[in-house]
Design a protein around this ligand. Structure first.
Ligand SMILES: NC(=O)c1ccc[n+]([C@@H]2O[C@H](COP(=O)([O-])OP(=O)(O)OC[C@H]3O[C@@H](n4cnc5c(N)ncnc54)[C@H](OP(=O)(O)O)[C@@H]3O)[C@@H](O)[C@H]2O)c1
Length: 253
């Protein structure tokens, strides 16, 4: 049985990704800052899909914690075939003139350094297996700015650079490294944001809608599965065409 480790997989997009891999028959390992939620989610996955699943308590930025998780996964007999780096520090409301540099640095540390540690621990197992796939859940904010999110945007752009550099260095081990770039996703955050989502922003995309969890999970699955065996260092934008626009076409009422 193939296996995947997914960060931030107890809710929203990460949970959608966990369901997709379980449906495809993968053993699913779930990382969360809440070990309790991770365990509950793993139980649900196990029950629903009859695959092996286990949840882990993650300490952000702690390499010993990361290594002990991957050692446990290996000792259970499921060294990973894929890792999905979904969790992110969203760095919301970080106003340029007032943001505490510690908060700024924490976003970079989480979205870049922590993902590096997780990739390294996973890659060591993949090297022994003869290959694997690393998928970053990035963002179209790697290319397009949004207000008061300087650290977040910088971290997502940096993570794209890291993705390409990892793809280069890990290619010789048959480890592929790619990134999915969502635009807006229908999380509870957006669902509740009626004015900005349902009545406006989704309509501003050429396709007239924003992504579901399944849309993102399918894109992640493409990179993780045998459908993309000759693809590495690549980006797949899933944003309803939002990013190709010079300016959004605002529908007339
Ligand atoms: N939602 C969107 O519109 C959108 C758009 C573009 C890109 N994305 C990207 O898609 C991915 C998933 O997005 P989402 O909206 O589904 O995410 P989310 O639920 O807001 O966050 C994903 C997970 O990240 C973990 N997390 C949250 N804050 C964190 C922090 N400060 N430090 C470490 N981990 C933290 C949480 O997992 P635990 O609580 O279990 O640890 C959370 O469930 C992210 O990488 C995000 O940047 C989202």
């Amino acid at each position: 049985m193939k296996s995947v480790f997914i960060t931030g997989a107890t809710t929203n997009t990460g949970l959608g990704i966990a369901h997709k891999f379980a449906k495809e028959g993968y053993a699913v390992f779930i990382g969360s800052r809440s070990g309790e939620h991770a365990k509950e989610t793993a139980e649900i996955i196990k029950e629903k899909y009859s695959v092996f699943s286990k949840g882990y308590d993650m300490i952000v930025g702690d390499e010993n914690n990361v290594n002990s998780i991957f050692n446990d996964i290996a000792s259970l007999g499921y060294p990973v075939d894929a890792v999905v780096l979904n969790a992110a520090n969203l760095g919301i409301c970080q106003e340029f003139l007032t943001v505490d540099i510690k908060d700024f640095a924490e976003v970079i540390n989480t979205n870049i350094c922590w993902n590096f540690m997780i990739t390294r621990a996973a890659a060591k197992q993949m090297i022994k297996k003869g290959g694997g796939s690393v998928v970053f859940v990035n963002s179209n904010t790697a290319y397009r700015a949004i207000p008061d999110r300087i650290a977040y945007s910088a971290s997502k752009s940096g993570a794209l650079g890291m993705m390409r550099a990892l793809a280069f260095d890990l290619g010789k081990y048959n480890i592929r490294v790619n990134a999915v770039l969502p635009g807006m996703i229908k999380t509870d955050r957006w669902e509740k944001n009626y004015n900005n989502c349902r009545e406006a922003l989704s309509n501003y995309t050429p396709l007239g809608d924003i992504a579901s969890f399944e849309d993102i999970a399918n894109a992640v699955w493409y990179f993780a599965s045998d459908n993309s065996l000759n693809t590495t260092g690549a980006e797949l934008v899933v944003d309803g065409g939002n990013m190709i626009q010079l300016y959004p076409i605002i529908p007339e009422k």
